[in-house]
Ligand binder design. Structure first.
Ligand code: NDP
Ligand code: GDP
Length: 333
């Protein structure tokens, strides 16, 4: 495994650098002495808020580009000259993927080919990480899912991720690239997008606690997810690219909880009873939901020496406290 001495000055390129995982990985790599470049599509008005929250916005060299445009990626590789490329960019919200199936296929699926081709054509020694997802498994037909579990994606997002996953394996096998796919189960943090259920809940708890609203509306309360902390998961991602060869790894906690459980823990952390504040809105139910996901990360533990450090209770507390602090500072309404 590389150590801080061997990674000093190493160069990395991160697509999706302004997202949750992009921010945590940027911080981790900078701590290890990397020179971090990030591809930014520059659509939002305050794209850099996560990098700012982690105190690394000034240290990441930003390159403008879109992963659906292969010339952006070729230019970014030329500018960054990276030893490692982490491909996080995606239309990452499952629910939106039913409204935007073709966009999701392009951004979440086809862009993986763009990244792999860009590597193959410029410098095949660049190590590649693909942000794969437990969504490729679909409805649980085995109690736990691992690298051998069959795919049955339930959303256009899941289908696009399955394509990216298989393409990554294909470039490893056909072109000998050092390409790895991390099949990450849901991972959250105070930097999670507000549209995802965990952050919707913790933001709602904070607003209710501060008297700004009374209720939150949710969809399926019985869906179960294996929720981990994004800060733990980027360490696993980095370790994948330090191995002698590319491979696929499930990254998960091995504990699954329902949306209802998440509500119970989050409201209780703020001294509130979720049953008084959570309402089910039928319009938020999905066209096809995944009832339960639970990951077996034994391979990552054995090969990478990785295991999660943060419990669900610690994660929820961190998220609720961060949203309370943001409201108290006036950083969000
Ligand atoms: P986010 O949604 O927080 O970040 C996605 C990033 O991709 C954003 O920076 C976004 O920029 C960028 N992006 C979107 N479209 C493009 C584009 N066309 N060109 C360039 N950049 C683009 O996701 P996370 O950080 O949570 O997740 C990282 C990756 O891991 C994603 O691929 C996600 O699908 C995957 N994943 C995440 C899981 C999770 O639980 N978090 C679980 C499994 C997989 P902008 O904000 O400007 O749109
Ligand atoms: P996903 O696992 O990547 O789809 O992450 P989400 O956080 O978007 O959804 C996790 C689970 O929470 C899914 O089973 C959703 O159906 C369920 N859920 C229940 N209510 C909501 C809600 O209001 N918003 C979202 N995003 N998900 C919800």
């Amino acid at each position: 495994m590389a150590n801080a001495e061997t990674t000093q000055g190493r160069r990395a390129l991160i697509t999706g650098v302004t997202g949750q995982d992009g921010a945590y990985l940027s911080r981790l790599l900078l701590e290890k002495g990397y020179r971090v470049h990030g591809l930014v599509a520059r659509r939002g008005s305050d794209a850099l808020w996560r990098l700012r929250e982690l105190g690394v916005a000034g240290e990441v060299k930003l390159l403008t580009g879109d992963v659906t445009d292969i010339s952006s990626l070729l230019r970014a590789l030329e500018q960054a000259q990276p030893a490692e490329l982490y491909n996080f960019a995606a239309q990452s919200f499952v629910d939106k993927s039913w409204d935007l199936p073709a966009v999701t296929a392009q951004v979440t699926g086809m862009s993986v080919v763009n990244a792999l081709e860009a590597i193959r054509c410029t410098d095949p020694k660049i190590r590649f990480y693909q942000a794969s997802s437990s969504e490729i498994f679909g409805p649980a037909r085995t109690p736990m899912q691992d690298e051998t579990t069959a795919f049955h994606p339930r959303s256009p997002y899941g289908v696009a991720k399955a394509f990216g996953h298989l393409m990554t394996i294909n470039y490893r096998e056909s072109h000998g690239l050092h390409a790895s796919s991390g099949i990450l189960f849901n991972h959250e943090s105070p930097l999670r997008g507000i549209e995802f259920v965990t952050r919707k809940i913790t933001f709602g708890v904070a607003r209710i606690k501060r008297g700004k609203q009374q209720k939150i509306q949710l969809g399926n309360l019985e869906a179960k997810r294996d929720w981990g902390f994004a800060g733990d998961y980027v360490e696993a991602i980095w370790r994948m690219l330090q191995q002698p060869k590319g491979d696929d790894y499930v990254i998960a906690t091995g504990r699954s909880a329902s949306v209802r459980d998440f509500c119970r823990i989050a409201f209780a952390h703020a001294g509130l009873d979720y049953e008084r504040h959570v309402e089910v809105d039928q319009s938020l139910l999905r066209r096809a939901d995944i009832n339960a996901l639970l990951g077996n990360a034994a391979h990552a533990k054995q090969a990478l020496g990785w295991s999660p450090k943060t419990s669900l209770e610690e994660l929820v507390a961190m998220m609720v406290d961060a949203d309370l602090a943001r409201i108290d500072k006036g950083a969000i309404a």
